[in-house]
Design a protein around this ligand. Structure first.
Ligand SMILES: [Fe+2]
Length: 339
């Protein structure tokens, strides 16, 4: 393990896309071969951990998830957004008030976004893990799935969700081993979500104004993982020189990154890096679909720095209190009453 800890990033609002942005094209986010966890475990853990300490991101290849499943999920995700009538989508509207609870549901296009600063032509849909709990006798498909989508999309989305969940467990265990901690230390209880993002092609005027595909932000939760999108645009801020790195993840790879909860648990050793998605070039102005998996601690868990990682920089607090802090950071003190 490298003997350093990362500083928390400053406010993401200062990192909007600009012609004066600085890039470091000599650096690429490292790629690690997941299959070597079986054949050369120590080497895999070292490479995985080193990349995450330095960049907060890593790219995984040979992860064992079937290419057909990746392609089917992308295809069904497009179909999902394009086939469900707006009226039906709005029955699942995500709560508009900022809240310290884990919120799920439909995120409509052009929702007033962070600090009212960016225009984001994007629709989203966040599924709670319970949406995939088909075998539970209490499960009601109408609670989670718009009409017709249960039959059309749910089994593919579930298979993808389960593949991500299955992969997340050994990866989190490897991160703990990298830190020389008990691999079973956490998560004691986690809650997972699978979010789908449907990025519209930009309108001509949107190439000129403050539109972006995704504003600069650090992810929540413990870890995030998504299939490499078929179109580029993802950039990660390198905290060493504050220059942007263009992420060129190979087709069928997975992009894995650290969330704010894990940054805090690891006393800032693993950073939750600022990242964004910039506008496409006019020649690549097509629909873009992504489907990130997120693993988080449950809201009433205690969030504290893991033992053995030096003098804790942070006091223990409940996860929902931490979400409150993050919301205040993003939206100001009166976030809870903001419509
Ligand atoms: Fe993100």
């Amino acid at each position: 393990m490298e003997n350093k800890t990362n500083q928390p990033y400053s406010s993401p609002s200062s990192f909007e896309e600009s012609s004066t942005d600085l890039y470091n094209d000599d650096i690429e986010i490292p790629t690690v071969d997941f299959s070597t966890l079986q054949t050369n475990k120590d080497d895999f853990i070292q490479k995985l951990g080193d990349s995450l300490v330095r960049f907060g991101f890593v790219i995984l290849v040979n992860h064992g998830i079937n290419v057909d499943l990746l392609e089917a999920t992308e295809k069904k995700a497009k179909e999902f957004f394009e086939s469900v009538p707006q009226q039906e989508k709005e029955k699942f509207l995500i709560p508009r008030q900022h809240t310290n609870k884990l919120v799920v549901g439909y995120v409509p296009r052009l929702i007033p976004n962070i600090l009212q600063k960016f225009i984001i032509p994007l629709e989203g849909w966040k599924f709670h893990q319970n949406a995939f709990d088909f075998e539970n006798p209490e499960f009601k498909e109408s609670e989670f799935w718009p009409d017709t989508t249960y039959e059309a999309c749910a089994s593919v989305f579930r298979e993808y969700y389960l593949s991500q969940k299955e992969l997340a467990t050994p990866l989190i265990s490897c991160l703990l081993q990298y830190l020389k901690l008990d691999p079973q230390l956490f998560p004691k209880t986690s809650v997972n979500t699978l979010r789908f993002n449907y990025y519209f092609p930009l309108q001509p005027e949107e190439f000129l104004n403050n539109t972006c595909r995704m504003y600069p932000h650090a992810d929540m939760g413990i870890i995030n993982m998504m299939a490499a999108p078929s179109s580029s645009g993802l950039q990660v801020l390198n905290q060493e020189d504050m220059k942007w790195i263009r992420v060129n993840a190979p087709k069928n790879s997975l992009i894995f990154n650290i969330g704010r909860v894990l940054q805090r648990m690891t006393n800032d050793i693993f950073p939750a890096a600022i990242h964004r998605v910039i506008k496409p070039s006019p020649s690549q102005n097509a629909v873009r679909v992504t489907f990130p998996f997120n693993s988080n601690l449950k809201e009433d868990e205690i969030l504290e720095v893991l033992p053995g990682l030096g003098e804790p920089k942070y006091q223990p607090l409940r996860v929902f209190e931490f979400f409150n802090e993050l919301a205040k950071e993003a939206y100001g003190d009166n976030y809870a009453s903001r419509k």
